[in-house]
Design a binder for this molecule. Structure first.
Ligand SMILES: NC(=O)c1ccc[n+]([C@@H]2O[C@H](COP(=O)([O-])OP(=O)(O)OC[C@H]3O[C@@H](n4cnc5c(N)ncnc54)[C@H](OP(=O)(O)O)[C@@H]3O)[C@@H](O)[C@H]2O)c1
Length: 223
């Protein structure tokens, strides 16, 4: 497969690049910082310089052309304020989806976050609320797009613990908890392979089910 990862120097993105490159897929990674190109190459991907808060949809579409699927793995990250939750977690996601449509790329995996789409729980501050709102609006935008075979993946709290290979992956609600970034990357790699799993919103936690079985259970009956 030919995959483009938006936000290609992210922690999940680099893990996903390695998995995809190891199985023989071609990976292009959109990064905004030239200092990140070497890490992206080390992970087996081809870096493409593109700041998703500056670029237009036409430029991004040019970077996506020919791909089978796009993975939106960018995020404003910890330490950013409410404004960048809007420009990255919502704005860059919408831009990337626009670009995918223009480029004729059908597959689109959006890394969202557990709790998106619900009113944010109180007491966690305005930046958290902006984050949950931005993720929810990016999801809503994607669900309206008829030309994309979208998948929305909502991991719980991310950790850098070693991979477990076992998850709970299902439409919400599945409860709350944590999931390793390695396991998130492995789930995305498996979902990219399961072309008949599409237009689903999926919560993801570490759990009891082997990743291949969790993805197989999402496939239309009889496959
Ligand atoms: N932390 C959690 O517990 C949690 C839970 C659920 C979901 N998530 C979501 O999971 C996703 C991936 O998480 P992660 O830990 O892998 O994220 P990460 O390591 O923070 O990576 C995010 C990437 O987005 C890139 N980015 C930011 N602004 C950009 C721009 N304008 N143009 C291009 N790239 C840009 C960053 O690049 P720079 O280094 O250049 O800024 C960074 O490489 C994020 O969307 C996050 O919100 C997180």
């Amino acid at each position: 497969m030919d995959i483009v990862i938006a936000g290609g120097h992210g922690k999940i993105a680099l893990r996903l690049s390695r998995l995809l490159a190891e199985r023989g897929d071609t990976v292009r990674s959109l990064v905004r910082n030239p200092g990140h190109e070497a890490d992206v190459r080390d992970a087996g991907a081809e870096p493409v310089l593109c700041d998703l808060e500056e670029a237009g949809a036409g430029e991004v579409a040019g970077h996506l052309r020919g791909a089978d699927a796009v993975v939106f793995a960018a995020g404003a990250g910890p330490g950013s304020g409410a404004a960048r939750k809007d420009t990255v977690d919502r704005g860059a996601a919408v831009l990337t989806a626009d670009a995918a449509e223009r480029a004729g790329v059908r597959g689109f995996v959006q890394i969202s976050a557990m709790g998106a789409g619900e009113p944010p729980a109180g007491g966690r501050g305005e930046v958290w609320e902006a984050y949950i709102r931005a993720k929810g609006e990016a999801e809503d935008d994607l669900r309206r797009r008829g030309a994309l075979d979208w998948l929305i993946l909502r991991p719980g709290r991310l950790t850098d613990d070693p991979p477990t290979g076992r998850v709970t992956l299902a439409e919400p609600p599945i409860g709350y908890g944590a999931v390793t970034r390695d396991d998130v990357a492995a789930v995305i790699a498996a979902l990219l392979d399961a072309g008949d799993v599409r237009r689903r919103t999926l919560d993801l936690l570490n759990g009891d089910t082997a990743i291949a079985d969790a993805v197989a259970a999402l496939r239309p009956a009889g496959r």
